[in-house]
Design a protein around this ligand. Structure first.
Ligand SMILES: [Zn+2]
Length: 333
């Protein structure tokens, strides 16, 4: 056994099966227990351990639900699926961007979906959900395709006219034509075999092709303060909990060279984590519920929090990061 197996009668009832996996970097079997946590997003049964590989420092959820049974933890109302649908206004091209909005976008750089300045070409989005980001990129001249684990979300994206493979990235077929850009917003931490998936994506880009991904940052102060109540921990959906170093190493192992790391200037994780702490200490209330829903319903409040987020990002301490990587030359490996 590599981990700290949790026996839970509810898990047996729900049909979830757990598997015990070694560090994907191929390290010696030497893990340390970091914490035990529950699914605080959907309140589904089970308690899970986050362990740290003593050799490379990578944190992972172990034991974890098998690829065949993890769907139990992605119900249709799974929060992160919400808000990725393209509105009727956007579809009809009626949503104009005012000069004020353009100015505000220039002034506030949240670093959430920041992309290198390259000419439109072929783009693949992994974890494209209902296709909102693909739709935005298609409007900017990109030829887009997607991969999405949820069949229902993939179908919504297909209805917009995009080619979407429904299933795990690890199982997706080879593309007919290679890509200039692959993006994945908050996806890699959900994958059972991120190295296999990232190697596959490496083989799918043209020479000089780029990868842009975002992940939670388990090296941030947010994780150290909130621990099991950290909103971005999200066990057992998140199977890996990267920091700048462990992510750079996983990318290097998969044939990618990290170019830039942007610490996002958003504090949604932090506010929601406060909500979970309130909930635990004082019980459920309107206030704690509002805090917990903040990442999905913050609206314009993100601007109010920008100054603090900006300062924290300077020190690499916000809970999310965006990484640019390029396919490494074979002699760099
Ligand atoms: Zn390791």
């Amino acid at each position: 056994m590599h981990g700290y197996k949790m026996v839970d009668d509810d898990l047996i009832v729900s049909g979830v099966q757990l598997e015990d996996k070694q560090c994907p970097n191929g390290c010696e079997d030497d893990d340390k227990l970091v914490l035990n946590a529950k699914d605080i997003i959907c309140n589904l049964p089970g308690e899970f351990s986050v362990v740290s590989c003593q050799s490379c420092g990578l944190l992972r959820t172990n034991p974890r639900p098998t690829p065949e049974t993890i769907g139990f933890y992605y119900p249709d109302d799974y929060g992160p699926y919400q808000g990725t649908k393209v509105s009727q206004k956007e579809l009809a091209g009626l949503k104009r961007v005012s000069w004020l909005r353009k100015f505000i976008r220039k002034l506030f750089k949240f670093n959430t979906n920041c992309l290198p300045k390259v000419n439109p070409g072929r783009m693949l989005e992994i974890g494209c959900a209902s296709g909102a980001f693909m739709h935005k990129m298609a409007n900017e001249g990109w030829d887009v395709e997607g991969i999405e684990f949820s069949e229902a979300a993939a179908e919504s994206a297909r209805q917009l006219g995009y080619n979407v493979f429904a299933g795990a990235v690890e199982c997706a077929p080879e593309p007919l034509v290679k890509y200039d850009l692959i993006v994945g917003w908050m996806v890699i931490e959900h994958l059972h075999d991120p190295i296999k998936a990232l190697k596959k994506m490496r083989s799918w880009v043209k020479p000089g092709g780029q990868l842009v991904i975002s992940v939670p940052n388990a090296g941030s102060i947010e994780f150290r303060v909130f621990k099991r109540n950290w909103y971005a921990l999200q066990v057992p959906n998140h199977l890996y909990h990267f920091d700048t170093e462990t992510l750079t190493e996983v990318l290097r192992k998969s044939g990618w060279r990290t170019q830039k790391i942007y610490h996002q200037r958003v504090l949604g994780n932090l506010v929601a984590s406060l909500g979970y702490v309130c909930n635990e200490k004082f019980g459920e209330s309107f206030f704690s519920n509002w805090l917990m829903r903040f990442p999905l319903a913050s609206g314009r409040l993100v601007y109010l929090m920008y100054p603090l987020a900006f300062i924290m990002s300077l020190f690499g301490q916000t809970g999310r990061m965006t990484i640019w990587a390029v396919g490494a030359d074979l002699d760099e490996k």
